[in-house]
Design a binder for this molecule. Sequence first.
Ligand code: HEC
Ligand code: HEC
Ligand code: HEC
Ligand code: HEC
Ligand code: HEC
Length: 253
Amino acid sequence: MRGAMPVLAICVVLMGFGATASAYWQFPPLPAPAEYGNILINRLSEKNGQKAVTFSHWSHRIRHTCKVCHLELGFEMRLNATEITEEMNQQGRFCGAGGCHDGKVAFGHARKDQCNKCHNGNIADGVEKFKELDSFPKTTFGNQIDWVRAFKEKSIKPKQTLTTLPPVPIAYDKSLSLEAGWVFVPPAIFPHDAHNQWLDCSNCHPDIFNVKVKTTEHFAMQYILEGKFCGVCHLKVAFPINDCGRCHPGIKN
Ligand code: HEC
Ligand code: HEC
Ligand code: HEC
Ligand code: HEC
Ligand code: HEC
């Protein structure tokens, strides 16, 4: 019988956590599933007489992994941080890269009647096509699509690179247990394999995380919610922070 009380107490604390957390921490608002990960890029557009550029992550990640854009093409993982100009697009950089909006594979940058396919200022552009993803494995938050399973089960086969060289993947699939700083809080898990499907080591190391478990400083939920660490991706594009149980298997949502 000894020990039963503490165990019960811990369970009560954890089951309450999901609900209490939303009162305790500030979560960014959750858009509709078809708009999660949609952005309007407007560093220069409106200043130069064009509407902001609409961009949807779900419609691009079904064909390309994150690293194609966020490593090869040099897009920052921060809105309006990349110095894109229309001239560069037309010269085959950024959106205009070969195999992308080059006028052959996808609509390009030359035709005046097609500028507004990108420059339309509409964050909900293309949401009607989201229903084509109905058969994908489901989750509860964000796009409500389990992208890890969609990849593993080959519902999608996003490209790993735009170059003709075959990709040389570094096989690293260690799953880490990240103990939280608080007693009673079950550790967060970090599976390298699910991330390396989409990302390059250099998307995370060494800028976001040290290459040694539990050595990254100030690694706590408060900072994650400010867009640091896991929050670089898990607030806006990868499944959002509201999905406690997916990172902390011991916490019920
Ligand atoms: C495939 C998407 C896409 C298409 C098509 C496109 N653009 Fe852009 N354009 C962008 C992006 C992304 C930016 C950077 C947006 C920003 O920073 O505000 C941009 C920036 C611009 C800018 C502001 C920066 C600069 O270089 O002056 C102008 C003006 C512009 N585009 C004009 C056009 C015109 C005109 C067309 C059609 C002939 C066109 N764009 C077609 C994606 C596109
Ligand atoms: C087809 C290209 C492309 C793909 C694929 C892509 N992104 Fe992006 N992403 C962009 C562009 C373009 C921006 C805007 C950059 C800017 O404005 O400077 C962006 C912005 C972001 C942002 C900032 C969003 C915000 O609202 O502040 C995050 C986070 C991000 N991407 C993560 C990811 C992750 C994670 C993946 C893979 C699951 C991914 N991206 C796949 C092109 C892409
Ligand atoms: C999405 C982000 C992300 C990507 C991509 C990523 N890692 Fe990591 N990695 C982490 C995190 C988080 C830690 C733990 C850091 C901490 O606890 O301070 C870590 C830790 C490590 C460690 C230390 C493990 C230990 O037991 O001490 C190694 C080694 C490592 N990563 C190698 C790699 C390699 C190789 C790749 C590419 C094949 C890679 N990582 C890709 C996030 C990432
Ligand atoms: C650079 C972007 C990035 C960073 C940083 C990042 N993730 Fe992820 N993570 C992803 C993407 C992309 C997926 C695929 C699922 C999705 O997009 O919803 C993913 C999936 C996961 C999964 C789901 C695995 C599965 O099998 O279903 C877990 C758990 C996870 N991340 C935890 C973490 C934790 C914990 C951290 C911080 C230590 C972290 N991630 C940091 C991009 C990132
Ligand atoms: C994307 C992954 C991820 C999600 C989703 C997530 N957490 Fe965390 N959480 C972490 C990581 C990683 C740590 C541990 C950092 C460390 O100390 O190494 C952590 C730490 C914590 C801590 C310890 C205190 C602190 O500030 O570090 C608490 C409490 C916590 N999480 C609760 C929650 C709750 C409640 C939710 C859902 C609302 C949630 N977490 C969602 C990754 C996540």
